[in-house]
Design a protein around this ligand. Structure first.
Ligand code: FES
Length: 164
């Protein structure tokens, strides 16, 4: 049995310990917001947080996260259903196109803002470089992150304009 916490809920799982975390999240926990993209940790669609840091769940064996805290896209908002500021900014800026990559994009953006409340364009590009968007929504992702930063910090001192 493997124990882990997903979005604050404890799970005791009877799974092969080499099962990728992605499939445990989707099939055992029933949380389908995290997507299968490339399956080789190259596209970022499967991004979740491990103790607050982004990881690629498609290539993470569940045994490697036993006893740890996993957060998925379903768990980034508040427990009363309020969206995370990044999610709200994604809506306001109409970031998604097809949307397939976007839960992974949001997870990477949330982790970026947790460690860097006022990221520059370069900081954003570096932090988001592992998340591929086949629709090319990168300019809107950048705007969304800046908008969320302002909402979270009143970050008028970010030195960047929303449309920059
Ligand atoms: Fe379509 Fe990113 S919105 S792949």
């Amino acid at each position: 049995m493997i124990n882990l916490t997903i979005n604050g809920e404890p799970h005791e799982l009877d799974v092969d310990p080499t099962t990728p975390l992605l499939w445990v999240i989707r099939e055992q926990a029933g949380l389908n917001g995290t997507k299968f993209g490339c399956g080789i940790a190259q596209c970022g669609a499967c991004t979740v947080h491990l103790n607050g840091s982004p990881i690629r769940s498609c290539r993470t064996p569940v045994q490697a996260v036993a006893g740890k805290e996993i957060t998925t896209i379903e768990g980034v908002g508040s427990i009363d259903g309020e969206l995370h500021p990044v999610q709200q900014a994604w809506i306001d800026e109409q970031v998604p196109q097809c949307g397939y990559c976007q839960s992974g994009q949001v997870m990477s953006a949330v982790a970026l803002l947790a460690r860097n409340p006022s990221p520059s364009d370069r900081d954003i590009d570096l932090a988001m470089s592992g998340n591929v968007c086949r629709c090319g929504t990168y300019p809107r992702i950048r705007r969304g992150i800046k908008k969320a930063a302002i909402a979270m910090n009143g970050a008028a001192d970010s030195g960047e304009k929303i449309n920059g």
